[in-house]
Design a protein around this ligand. Structure first.
Ligand code: ATP
Length: 382
């Protein structure tokens, strides 16, 4: 089975997901890629195109197969079947050091006894480049990552963020066409991670090569990617821009994994000209029919994003997309608050501006009417 899915617009071909928005052979292409370890299918018939100048994030929970994809692209793992093409040429069978790809690992793996320049120079020395050319290239790259003042320091004399930059300079100096990043912020504290996100994006734009970044962190993916590839069970669940993935999750897995979604289930009770009324577990929903055709009795699952839920004190739901719920708890998050509610046996979540914290905290234990616009009800596949 081909495993990719794409929300919103149909893919360019059946069986192919695109993480680029362009067509043609330029860039990286995974073609029906599978990796099996004994009885575990780590990567299951994945097809994906990554444009040469794009920042793509493979996102998913632990064990979903994202690192195995990265390792196959880097040449550290051999595919069980399928192909990996760069600019139309297969990489399969080419050893890692001979591929125009390079990997930054979570633990930067710097040489402790070498200076910044020595670490950066190492990859070039392995390529047999002349000393003069090597020195110039290494120095240019150390400059690019802002470490020229520290070029004679050893890794132990650098902060975590500076070590991260040396690790980047060391792999980028070899002029890769694709940079592979495996959980690159794993060891950095949060503030540094936030800064490195911006630096890495700037670096990618400046170099204009593809960065393929693996993470299980939704916020990191949303803040950095041109395209996010959401994976689960070795398969692609959705490919899209950060806005598409968060506003239009394709299925229940993506909606649940991205978080801050109310996932509601029900069956169609009535179909009007442009709306279907759904008898759902929390009350009645009205959803736009759009391009979908619904029939009475159809079972549906939908998502309503927590930040699309309005709340008002009250005890009566007057129309579809209004639900009476009891406020269970409020959570202060800085610029927003979360309001956790119970509607019968079901949980509901609203995300509101911080200014409503006092008002909402006073409503804990009391009934409220949660409501949303029909246009914010997103139909999900199971
Ligand atoms: P994490 O975020 O925890 O690194 P991941 O999404 O990157 O997870 P992979 O490391 O690609 O997941 O692993 C996918 C599946 O393949 C897992 O079930 C894992 O146990 C299995 N797997 C990975 N490498 C091997 C291996 N060398 N031998 C056997 N099984 C493996």
């Amino acid at each position: 089975m081909a495993t990719q899915e794409q929300v919103g617009e149909p893919g360019p071909e059946v069986g192919e997901a695109r993480a680029n928005g362009t067509s043609g052979p330029a860039g990286l292409e995974l073609r029906r890629l599978t990796k099996q370890f004994a009885d575990v299918v780590a990567v299951d018939d994945v097809s994906l195109n990554i444009d040469s100048g794009s920042y793509v994030v493979l996102l998913g929970p632990s064990g979903c197969g994202k690192t195995t994809i990265l390792r196959m692209v880097g040449g550290h793992e051999h595919p069980t079947s399928g192909d990996i093409l760069l600019d139309g040429e297969s990489l399969v069978g080419i050893p890692p050091a001979k591929r125009p790809t390079t990997t930054v690992f979570q633990h930067f793996a710097l040489f402790p006894h070498k200076t910044v320049l020595g670490n950066v120079d190492f990859g070039l020395r392995m390529q047999g480049m002349s000393k003069q050319e090597r020195e110039k290239r290494a120095m240019d790259m150390v400059d690019l990552v802002g470490l020229s003042e520290m070029r004679f320091r050893r890794p132990s004399e650098l902060s975590g963020g500076q070590q991260q930059r040396v690790a980047l300079a060391r792999v980028l100096v070899t002029n890769p066409k694709v940079l592979l990043l495996d959980e690159p912020f794993g060891d950095l504290d949060r503030l540094l991670q936030l800064r490195m996100r911006v630096e890495l994006r700037e670096l990618q734009r400046e170099l204009g090569i593809a960065f393929v970044h693996v993470t299980h962190n939704q916020e990191e993916a949303l803040s950095m990617a041109d395209r996010i590839v959401v994976m689960e069970g070795g398969q692609i669940q959705q490919v899209g821009s950060p806005a598409e993935i968060s506003q239009r999750p394709a299925n229940v897995f993506v909606a649940a994994f991205m978080g801050d979604n109310n996932i509601l289930r029900g069956s169609v009770a009535e179909v009007n000209r442009d709306q279907a009324v759904v008898d759902a577990n929390v009350g009645h929903l009205a959803i736009p029919t759009g391009e979908h055709s619904h029939s009475v009795g159809d079972k549906l699952t939908v998502a309503v994003r927590a930040n699309c839920v309005n709340l008002a004190a009250g005890e009566q739901a007057a129309r579809p997309n209004e639900v009476v719920a009891t406020v269970a708890a409020t959570e202060y998050l800085g610029d927003t608050i979360k309001v956790h509610m119970r509607a019968g046996e079901h949980n509901l979540l609203a995300k509101l501006p911080e200014q409503r914290y006092t008002e909402m905290s006073k409503l804990v234990g009391k009934p409220v009417v949660a409501s949303w616009d029909a246009m914010n009800v997103q139909l999900l596949r199971d």
